[in-house]
Design a protein around this ligand. Structure first.
Ligand SMILES: [Zn+2]
Length: 104
């Protein structure tokens, strides 16, 4: 949720696959498709697996996922493309949320 004042908007979610690869299951794909339709917006999220993380996106007419590498520093989740080690792709502030390593 992204909250500004008292207005909160669901932009996506994340969960873990503690015993497997971070590849979306058919149940995951169905859930995100329904979530995107119900929210009438594109959704983003992440699956944390034992060896890494996969980012997903769900749009009105398209969806996909991409394996990524993450590091976690100072309450920020740093997202790296697997083949670009020189600079992070994105940085997400995770303050007031459960750190990824506690999800397992
Ligand atoms: Zn899943």
């Amino acid at each position: 949720m992204v909250c500004a004042g008292k207005v909160c908007t669901l932009v996506g979610d994340w969960h873990s696959h503690p015993d497997g690869e971070p590849v979306p299951s058919s149940i995951d794909a169905d859930t995100w498709r329904k979530m995107s339709k119900n929210q009438s917006r594109n959704m983003v999220g992440a699956i944390f697996g034992r060896e890494g993380v996969s980012l997903f996106w769900q749009g009105k007419d398209s969806a996909g996922h991409k394996p990524m590498r993450v590091t976690y520093e100072d309450d920020n989740l740093i997202i790296w493309e697997l083949f670009r080690e020189d600079e992070p792709t994105s940085t997400f502030a995770l303050q007031n949320t459960i750190p990824p390593h506690q999800a397992f």
